[in-house]
Design a protein around this ligand. Structure first.
Ligand SMILES: [Zn+2]
Length: 414
């Protein structure tokens, strides 16, 4: 009797056939590699002589050098990986307090890059942000400014994380935001904040996110310089006060890597400040050995901050294993909080003419078990539906082999 039955048990997730294997968050984290990270960083035009800055003459000042090529590299990758990807164009006027004149300049042709992985069943939104523009001669004492650490190191992390999670469905929504014009007084993040975040639920759409749904804004800016023999590797930078995000991301980095994490406040000089200023929990993940924040007693400052030598090919400068490790930790945080819905690992057994399928459910996911006795006809009949629960449940479905009409089963999650 039993030998006549061919049990084909597999998990299907959103129409994609997936074999029943034991995938965990660690598998996602492990797919973040130094090689993958470095490849993205190199493709963001981060070599000596390259730049993602703007023209420095009269208004309008527009994107120059490889600025738009870097933008297009992000767009083509996010799109190919299946993200809901769009450009967020803007322009602005600014009068820098730290350039050599008192003129107001008009900047045009700017674009934030936004890539969303929409959640499935969850109501929370997490923003991972970085800035892709680099400092330029328009307002700093340098020639071209490759900005490999500041801020391409964070953009490479966004890309590597997006690539690592591209094939998985998550419970909550994850937004990758590559800001333009951070070096222009945070104009890109200010524009996104003012035009794409709303308090009103009826105003939300694919380019307008509900403010109350945004639980954390995690800004990765300058995460690739790590001098040895300093007490910490990476800072969870708060602006001030308590931050659940700083606590949570720090805990994930320590869970998935060997990096030493320290939390500190007073970190108010990058794009997260735009979101902090409207009351969101926004933090700055940054190398410990950054130039601006510590007294020079127990560490060596990043030597090339805002110089022409902040480049991927400057000798003895960036530590890409370290940067990839920070990226792994943040990828782990994405898994810990946005919650991937893995295909269920199905166990099957037969005893006393009873066939059992069992698996651990994911929270807030509904399962349907289908059976068929003719795989080629593709006529699957619903045999059991398991409602979503708040918790992980050890679920078991049993069939009496003397009466069951189906000989093959599959489980769908939704
Ligand atoms: Zn900068």
């Amino acid at each position: 009797m039993v030998s006549k039955h061919i049990f084909r048990v597999s998990a299907f997730l959103l129409g994609i056939t997936l074999q029943a294997t034991g995938i965990t968050a660690f598998d996602i984290v492990d797919s973040v590699t130094t090689a993958g990270y470095s490849n993205h960083l190199a493709h963001l035009y981060t070599h000596i002589g390259e730049s993602r800055g703007f023209t420095d003459g009269p208004s309008p000042r527009v994107p120059a050098y490889q600025h738009d090529l870097a933008r297009d590299y992000m767009v083509s990758n996010f799109t190919a990986w299946g993200y809901d990807t769009w450009l967020d164009p803007f322009e602005f006027d600014v009068n820098f307090s730290y350039d050599d004149d008192s003129n107001t300049y008009h900047y045009a042709g700017c674009n934030n890059v936004v890539a969303t992985k929409w959640g499935n069943g969850g109501t929370n939104t997490y923003l991972l942000i970085a800035h892709y523009d680099s400092v330029d001669s328009g307002h700093r004492n340098l020639t071209i400014g490759p900005g490999a650490d500041d801020g391409a190191s964070g953009v490479a992390a966004l890309l590597e994380i997006a690539e690592a999670i591209k094939d998985y469905t998550f419970k909550d929504t994850i937004v990758f935001l590559a800001c333009d014009a951070e070096e222009k007084d945070y104009q890109g993040s200010i524009y996104f904040r003012d035009n794409h975040i709303t308090d009103n639920p009826v105003e939300t759409n694919s380019t307008a996110f509900l403010k109350s749904s945004i639980l954390a804004v995690v800004n990765l800016d300058s995460i690739a310089y790590d001098h040895t023999n300093t007490p910490y590797n990476v800072v969870m930078g708060r602006v001030s006060g308590f931050s659940q995000a700083a606590f949570a991301v720090g805990a994930s980095i320590e869970k998935y890597t060997d990096l030493n994490v320290v939390a500190s406040s007073g970190y108010n000089s990058s794009d997260h400040i735009s979101f902090y200023n409207i009351g969101l929990d926004a933090i700055h993940v940054i190398e410990y050995d950054f130039v601006n924040y510590w007294n020079a007693t127990n560490f060596v400052k990043n030597p090339y901050y805002h110089t022409d030598y902040d480049a991927i090919d400057s000798p003895d400068y960036l530590n890409l294993d370290y940067a990839a490790d920070v990226t792994r930790g943040v990828a782990g945080a994405v898994c810990d909080y946005a919650i991937p819905i893995f295909p269920a690992t199905l166990n099957q057994s037969i005893s006393n003419n009873t066939f059992s399928i069992s698996w651990l459910t994911s929270p807030d996911i509904e399962y349907e078990v289908y059976g068929t006795d003719n795989l080629t006809s593709n006529a699957w009949n619903l045999v059991s539906r398991i409602d979503a629960t708040n918790d992980v449940v050890d679920q078991t479905i049993q069939f009496n082999l003397n009466t069951a009409t189906a000989t093959m089963f599959r489980v769908l999650s939704r």
